[in-house]
Design a protein around this ligand. Structure first.
Ligand SMILES: *[C@@H]1O[C@H](CO)[C@@H](O)[C@H](O)[C@H]1NC(C)=O
Ligand SMILES: *[C@@H]1O[C@H](CO)[C@@H](O)[C@H](O)[C@H]1NC(C)=O
Ligand SMILES: *[C@@H]1O[C@H](CO)[C@@H](O)[C@H](O)[C@H]1NC(C)=O
Length: 305
């Protein structure tokens, strides 16, 4: 489900690369992972995410939220935070009790894992969408939409039965609906404002070159590493003079521990063609001053252009 989150957001906010930064910051979601090991042992993990930045953890021993940023509370008062914590404690207890009670009804066998993702996002037009999805053993199980529970095809009759059951608990459904449609958007707007300085910070990347594992006899893999930048959108290309090299391979943008990003961009070339190539980096923090690193004849040297 953790891996599913970006896919889900992509479905909710279909758009090109250029809008990624905006979208990544304009949704808030919570993730629940409940691992039922045996009839007496269950582990609940919870976390809160602003786009792809984790801003909350959950201490399941004390039943309290761990605030990972100074601004993670958004503009909620201490009383409101305590209320939310109480709600989550009651939710986790009730959730575990209900699941255990229905183990045989639903023909569940230990061990199994239940995952949930729920939250809200701001669309580019300003509309707010809420979402709630549950998975069982890594497969989609159900979703809540428009005040109803929708079993996922992968969930089979078990998901249909589960939806029928959950809809009988009107109080729970109303609470969930209220959290998603009212509380979440209010929190999202507040936390985006509270964390503005951090979220919109501009941090310049560092870049360096290295030689990767040889792709074959007489060939080199040139690696260009870009690290420590924020925000996430970045343009990196291997170039010969002003000519972009279309065989440039771009890795995934990976998170550093300090909320900045890392990217590796490679190019496979015949050894004799490596000289004269350079790696060019464009990023919003550089104010139009691209970083250009040249692959030299004896390896590489760096320089700002
Ligand atoms: C559940 O697992 C825990 C940890 O392995 C073990 O201590 C406990 O006895 C188990 N309980 C049952 C009912 O199997
Ligand atoms: C949501 O539910 C309302 C009332 O039940 C219905 O009128 C509306 O068409 C539904 N919207 C969608 C998108 O399914
Ligand atoms: C927090 O900010 C949001 C958006 O600006 C606002 O609607 C809300 O009333 C504020 N206060 C609280 C306690 O949510």
């Amino acid at each position: 489900m953790l891996l599913l989150a970006p896919a889900l957001l992509a479905v909710l906010f279909p758009a090109g690369d250029s809008q990624d930064a905006f979208q990544e910051l304009t949704s808030f979601h919570g993730i629940q992972i409940s691992s039922f090991f045996n009839s007496t042992w269950v582990q609940n993990r919870g976390s809160g995410w602003l786009g792809d930045m984790q801003i909350h953890g959950w201490d399941s021993d004390s039943g309290t939220v761990i605030f990972l940023k100074p601004w993670s509370k958004g503009n909620f008062s201490s009383d409101e935070i305590l209320e939310m914590e109480e709600l989550f404690r009651v939710y986790f207890l009730g959730f575990v009790r209900e699941v255990r009670e229905h183990i045989s009804d639903f023909q569940m066998e230990y061990p199994f894992e239940i995952q949930g993702i729920a939250g809200c996002g701001l669309q580019s037009g300003g509309a707010i969408v809420s979402f709630f999805r549950g998975a069982l053993g890594g497969l989609d199980f159900l979703s809540f939409k428009n005040d109803s529970c929708w079993p996922a095809p992968e969930g089979g009759t078990r998901a249909q039965k589960f939806c029928a059951l959950i809809l009988q608990y009107k109080g729970i459904c109303d609470t969930v609906e209220n959290l998603l449609v009212k509380t979440c958007p209010r929190y999202l707007m507040g936390v985006l404002e509270a964390g503005k300085a951090d979220l919109q910070k501009q941090v310049k990347p560092e870049a360096w070159l290295s030689q990767g594992p040889s792709p074959g006899p007489g060939h080199l893999q040139l690696e260009c590493h870009i690290s420590g930048f924020h925000p996430k959108p970045v343009w990196v290309m291997w170039m010969r003079a002003e000519q972009e090299q279309p065989e440039t391979q771009r890795g995934d943008i990976l998170p550093n521990a300090d909320d900045t990003w890392y990217l590796r961009v490679t190019l496979d070339v015949a050894a004799e063609e490596a000289a004269g190539l350079s790696c060019r980096v464009k990023h919003s923090s550089l104010g139009g001053q691209d970083i250009v690193l040249h692959w030299g004849e004896k390896g590489w040297d760096s320089g700002w252009k």
